[in-house]
Design a protein around this ligand. Structure first.
Ligand SMILES: N[C@@H](CCC[C@H](N)C(=O)O)C(=O)O
Length: 291
C-alpha cells in the first residue's frame, strides 16, 4: 500500500476525487476506483479524475496529435471503475484543480485545452466558474423505449452523443419527475452496446424566458447511478428539448438539476454545431488515502 494525496471537489453536486499523477505512475484498478468512490467505506464520489500529462499516457497520444498544447489529460472513471469518453462537470472541477495545484494557468479570455477520451476540450473562465466547448454533438438513430421504475409506461427517448451516450426522455409533470425511481438503472430497449446515461426532462413554465430555454432534469448515470447533476447530460437534455420544441427554440438554455443550475449553449463552428456547458467548480477538501 502507498499513500495517495487527493482532493475532493464537485460541480453542482456531481462529486469527484481528484489526484495528480503527472508521470502516469498511479493508474488505479476498477476495484480501487470503486472502493474510493464507495460512500460508506471510502471517500465517496460519483467518479475519479486523475490528472496525467498527455505524454505519459497511451490515450494522451491522440490528444497531443489533435492539439499539441493539450498538456494535461483528464483520466475520468465512473464510480464503478468504468471509463467514459467525457465528463462535463468533471472537466470544470479538473480545471479548478489544475489551477489550484499550480499545474496550469488560465487567464480571463484564454483557453485551456484538455485531453479526454472523447477528444480535446477547450475550457475558459466564465464568471466564477468555467465553460467548456463539448464539441460537435450527434443525434443517434433510433428512438429506444425507456422503462423507468415507478413511471407508469415506457416512453421513447432521444439518443444523443456528446460524445458519451445519453438517452433523454420527457416526463409529463413535476409529480412524474419527482416520483421516478432512479435508484434502479432505467431499462433501455434496445439496449445500447456500451450502455447510456438517462435524463428525465421537464420544461419549465414558460419554457422560454428572456430568450433562454428553461428545463428541469434528473439523471441516472451509466457507471455511477443517480447523481445530483451531469454536465454532458444537461447538454443532451437541452439539445433534446430544443429538438422537440422546433425551429423557434433558443440556443441558450438554463438547466436546473438537483445540485444547482448549469448553462448550455449551442453555436455554429467550422465542423458543424457545437454545444458548450458552463457552471461552477468547487474544491472542498484534501486528504490522503492508503491505496
Ligand atoms: N457526470 C458526468 C458524466 C460522467 C460519465 C457518464 N457517467 C458516462 O458513463 O458517460 C458529466 O458531468 O458529464
Amino acid at each position: 500500500m502507498t499513500t495517495l494525496a487527493f482532493t475532493k471537489g464537485h460541480g453542482t453536486g456531481n462529486d469527484f476525487v481528484l489526484f495528480a499523477d503527472p508521470d502516469g505512475e498511479r493508474d488505479l484498478t476498477p476495484a480501487q476506483v470503486a472502493a474510493i468512490c464507495d460512500r460508506h467505506f471510502g471517500v465517496g464520489a460519483d467518479g475519479i479524475l486523475r490528472a496525467v500529462r498527455s505524454r505519459s499516457l497511451q490515450a494522451g497520444a491522440a490528444a497531443l496529435a489533435e492539439e499539441p498544447d493539450a498538456e494535461w489529460f483528464m483520466d475520468y472513471r465512473n464510480a464503478d471503475g468504468s471509463l467514459a469518453e467525457m465528463c462535463g462537470n468533471g472537466i470544470r472541477v479538473f480545471t479548478r484543480f489544475l489551477l489550484e495545484e499550480g499545474l496550469a494557468e488560465l487567464s480571463e479570455g484564454d483557453t485551456l485545452p484538455i485531453g479526454t477520451r472523447g477528444g480535446v476540450r477547450d475550457v475558459q473562465r466564465s464568471g466564477s466558474g468555467f465553460s467548456v466547448d463539448l464539441g460537435r454533438w450527434r443525434l443517434e438513430p433510433g428512438d429506444p423505449l425507456v422503462h423507468v421504475k415507478s413511471l407508469p409506461v415506457a416512453r421513447p427517448g432521444l439518443s444523443i452523443s456528446v460524445p458519451n451516450p445519453h438517452v433523454v426522455l420527457a416526463v409529463a409533470d413535476q409529480e412524474e419527475l419527482e416520483s421516478a425511481d432512479l435508484a434502479y438503472a432505467p431499462v433501455i430497449d434496445p439496449a445500447p452496446a456500451d450502455g447510456a446515461n438517462v435524463e428525465l426532462v421537464l420544461p419549465r413554465e414558460p419554457l422560454i424566458q428572456d430568450g433562454i430555454g428553461r428545463i428541469r432534469m434528473r439523471v441516472h448515470e451509466r457507471g455511477s447511478g443517480e447523481t445530483l447533476s451531469c454536465g454532458t447530460g444537461a447538454a443532451a437534455a437541452a439539445l433534446a428539448t430544443r429538438h422537440w420544441a422546433g425551429p423557434a427554440a433558443p440556443s441558450a438554455w438554463r438547466v436546473e438539476v438537483a445540485g444547482g443550475v448549469v448553462g448550455v449553449r449551442m453555436f455554429p463552428a467550422q465542423d458543424g454545431e457545437h454545444v458548450a456547458l458552463s457552471g461552477p467548480a468547487e474544491l472542498v477538501f484534501s486528504g490522503a488515502l492508503e491505496v
